[in-house]
Design a binder for this molecule. Structure first.
Ligand SMILES: [Zn+2]
Length: 299
């Protein structure tokens, strides 16, 4: 049972809280089972209140296992680049209005997909997937290959924040990943699932951790669920990401700044009720996944 947090740095606060809850009250494990907590894949982003890592790379767009796909950007991202990534410090510039205009012109879904898909063309831009595999993912991949090569079954949960209704979770499958049926997983987790062969998701991503897992663990049955805990509106989250990115690249970049505080609130709201919900939802998903994973295990 593998629980991953902090792929997106600043999102690790909620993931850490869930892991502390799991350490306080661990799930029941069989003698040959294990709970693995990956605490913060992107520690730089957590320390500096960034979603990206020390090279401005979005690690959930960086898990490419093949060479030769480290270039390019969706055509619509290229058109949106001046709007998304202005080369100037944070300033009021009618972003919401201009983004809405882009949505009217190109379609809201197309704009959302182009932004979140991942891009390898603008190294200072949002959702940059990098020009090579980053050190964090490299260490993680090496560790997985060394330590889990004998595993029969791995259920991985990758916990994120920022998408979906406030204080509620959305469970997202990765297309082509997983051996169990959607119905079986939904019954086990007692939640609806999105993505993969389940209901459609807001956008699809290239170079995600989840897509890489089955190829890294070819001897195991791999299940993967990305858990999103909703915070605020998509506009508020994307605006906060954009302002923090400007402050990082074109301002002084220190953490004691309004752009950093806004991003922290966008991805880890201060309200105790939200934080309680995030920790509880994170731990509960692991309890259910572990119960299912180890019940299915062959004696
Ligand atoms: Zn995330």
């Amino acid at each position: 049972m593998l629980h991953i947090t902090g792929v997106h740095g600043v999102e690790a606060f909620a993931g850490s809280a869930a892991q502390l809850a799991l350490l306080t009250a661990p799930p029941t494990l069989p003698a040959d089972g294990a709970l693995i907590l990956l605490h913060v894949l992107n520690p730089y982003g957590m320390a500096w209140l960034r979603r990206a890592n020390e090279h401005n790379v979005d690690l959930n767009r960086n898990f490419h296992l093949d060479s030769g796909i480290w270039t390019g950007a969706p055509p619509l991202y290229k058109r949106l680049d001046p709007l998304l990534n202005p080369a100037s410090p944070p300033a009021r510039d009618a972003f919401a209005l201009r983004l809405a205009a882009a949505g009217m012109r190109h379609g809201v879904h197309a704009v959302r997909q182009a932004i979140a898909h991942g891009q390898h063309r603008y190294p200072r831009g949002l959702f940059y997937g990098g020009a090579e595999l980053q050190p964090g993912p490299r260490l993680f991949i090496d560790w997985l290959r060394q330590r889990l090569d004998m595993a029969e079954g791995v259920f991985a949960v990758d916990m994120h924040t920022g998408l979906g209704p406030h204080g509620e979770d959305t469970l997202i499958l990765e297309p082509g990943v997983g051996t169990a049926s959607v119905a079986a997983l939904q019954a086990a987790l007692r939640r609806p699932l999105r993505g993969g062969s389940a209901a459609p998701v807001a956008y699809t991503v290239r170079g995600s951790l989840g897509a890489a897992l089955p190829r890294l663990l070819p001897g195991a049955r791999v299940e993967f669920v990305l858990q999103e805990i909703g915070t605020w509106s998509t506009l508020r989250v994307i605006s906060a990401l954009r302002e923090e990115n400007r402050w990082h690249h074109f301002g002084e970049g220190d953490v004691d700044h309004a752009a950093k505080r806004r991003l922290l609130e966008a991805l880890c709201p201060a309200s105790p009720a939200w934080r309680d919900a995030a920790a509880t939802l994170g731990a509960d998903l692991v309890y259910r996944a572990a119960a299912w994973l180890f019940a299915e295990r062959q004696p």
